[in-house]
Design a protein around this ligand. Structure first.
Ligand code: SAM
Length: 211
C-alpha cells in the first residue's frame, strides 16, 4: 500500500508522460511520508534494472528499501551537500567530475507551510521553486546534440507550484528556455479547490547562446 494518496498524482503524471524509466536515478524533494518514493522505486527497478531513488525532507521519512533518505531543510547548504555526496556514492563512474549531471528525473512536491499572508506565502513558495530549479540545473542530465534521430532526450523535472501570477513568470524565466516541453498539469487526484498544479518539464537542454 502507498504511504499517502499523493502516490496517485505521480502515478497519473507517470502514466501520461512516462517521465521515469527503468534504471533511472530519481531525486525526490519533499519526499515525506514517502509515497512518491514508492512509485519511483517501482518504475526504476523494472526490467531487472537497478535504478536509484533519493529523497529529502524536513520531516522524518520511514526507511524504504533501495532508497536513500536525507532528513533536512532543502534550502540549507548542508542538506544540499549531503545530497550531492549521496549522489556521488551512486554515480556509476564514481568520479566526482562526472557527478555533474547524473540525475535522470527531479521530482519536487515540496510545499511551504501556508501562513495566510499572501506576500510571504508567495515568497516562500518561490524560494522552494528556485532551490529545486537550481539543483536541477546542476545535476539533471542534458539531452545530447546529436542528429535528431540519434538524439538522447534530456532529463525531466516535475514540480508542484501554486497558481499565482508571480509563479507564471517563474515558468517563463526559468523553465521554458531550458526544457523542450513544459506542461501545466493538474492531476485528477488533486483536489479541485486547491491551487496546486504541477509543471511537467521534459528534455533538458541548454538554451541557444545569445549574440
Ligand atoms: N510527495 C510526498 C509523498 O508522496 O509522500 C508528499 C509531500 S508533502 C505534499 C510536501 C513535503 O514537503 C512535506 O513533507 C514537507 O515537510 C516538505 N518540505 C517543505 N519544505 C521543505 C524544505 N525546505 N526542505 C525539505 N522538505 C520540505
Amino acid at each position: 500500500a502507498y504511504r499517502s494518496r499523493a502516490a496517485f498524482k505521480l502515478l497519473e503524471i507517470q502514466e501520461k508522460f512516462g517521465i521515469i524509466r527503468a534504471g533511472d536515478t530519481v531525486v525526490d524533494l519533499g519526499c515525506a511520508p514517502g509515497a512518491w518514493l514508492q512509485v519511483a522505486g517501482e518504475v526504476v527497478g523494472k526490467d531487472g534494472l537497478s535504478g536509484r531513488v533519493l529523497g529529502v525532507d524536513l520531516l522524518r521519512t520511514d526507511p524504504l528499501e533501495n532508497t536513500t533518505i536525507i532528513q533536512g531543510d532543502f534550502l540549507s547548504a548542508s542538506t544540499q551537500l549531503e545530497l550531492a555526496r549521496a549522489l556521488r556514492g551512486s554515480s556509476e563512474e564514481g568520479e566526482p567530475a562526472k557527478l555533474g549531471r547524473c540525475v535522470d528525473v527531479v521530482l519536487s512536491d515540496m510545499a511551504p507551510n501556508i501562513s495566510g499572508n499572501r506576500t510571504s506565502d508567495v515568497a516562500n513558495s518561490l524560494r522552494l521553486s528556485e532551490a529545486a530549479v537550481g539543483f536541477t540545473m546542476r545535476f539533471l542530465r542534458l539531452g545530447t546534440d546529436a542528429a535528431p534521430r540519434q538524439r538522447k532526450q534530456g532529463g525531466a523535472l516535475v514540480m508542484k507550484y501554486f497558481a499565482h501570477p508571480e509563479l507564471t513568470e517563474f515558468k517563463t524565466q526559468y523553465l521554458i528556455p531550458y526544457f523542450k516541453r513544459v506542461i501545466d498539469f493538474k492531476p485528477k487526484s488533486s483536489r479541485k479547490e486547491s491551487a496546486e498544479t504541477y509543471w511537467v518539464c521534459m528534455d533538458l537542454h541548454l538554451p541557444p547562446r545569445h549574440g
